[in-house]
Design a protein around this ligand. Structure first.
Ligand code: CTP
Ligand code: K
Ligand code: MG
Length: 181
């Protein structure tokens, strides 16, 4: 497979996992998931992880996967690349897994004494990828094995931090995010 095809597939399959965090930034707010609870003198998750953001982000990721399926004529040929279509289990696992990864990262941040909004390099950029892939591997194992070949996974691990830094910088410049990470 050509490098361009590998990159195209990597971005395509990860779009339903990329979008949830960005939608949560715009749609988030309201009641925090941890309900304000603390463990020791620190919050469990913090005010940055809300029910509304999590639900909106997950639904947006699922909806995007459905749109991608609708515009992709199947595993035949799209712009010269055979792009995969998403089975329902993978749609949910990619979208919800991305949100769950971000939530687990906040748990780790609070445990390690990081305040809400503090940067946690590499964890910030890859938390959602690791959990989205892990959940997809469990929810849709056959599709996962076919889709996430080693070259695609390597492409995802290289491209995701770059895209993450870029989109967060844009969200920061637009005033949507308090910090550029
Ligand atoms: N957000 C949300 N629910 C989520 C994730 C994000 O409501 N599950 C919203 C919150 O308004 C949050 C913003 O998106 O403040 C930015 O997300 P993020 O950078 O992940 O949260 P932080 O506020 O930086 O908090 P943390 O340090 O816990 O990551
Ligand atoms: K985050
Ligand atoms: Mg943040």
């Amino acid at each position: 497979m050509s490098l361009a095809a590998t990159v195209a597939i990597a971005v395509w399959v990860m779009l339903p996992a990329y979008v949830p965090n960005n939608v949560a930034v715009v749609a988030g707010g309201g009641r925090p998931i941890d309900g304000g609870r603390t463990w020791g003198d620190k919050r469990l998750l913090g005010d940055g992880k809300t029910w509304r953001g999590t639900l909106a982000g997950t639904l947006a990721g699922i909806a995007l996967a459905a749109v991608l399926n609708a515009i992709n004529p199947g595993a035949t040929d799209f712009l010269g690349v055979a792009l995969p279509t998403f089975p329902p289990a993978a749609m949910v696992a990619l979208a919800f897994g991305a949100m769950l990864g971000d939530i687990l990262a906040s748990f780790l941040k609070r445990r390690t004494g990081r305040q809400r909004g503090a940067a946690f390099p590499l964890v910030d950029q890859l938390d959602f990828v690791v959990v989205a892939l892990a959940l997809t591997a469990v929810a849709a194992p056959a599709w996962f094995a076919d889709t996430f070949t080693l070259d695609v996974v390597v492409a995802i691990l290289v491209i995701t931090p770059l895209l993450h830094v870029l989109t967060n910088a844009i969200a920061y410049l637009l005033g949507l995010k308090d910090e550029p990470w």
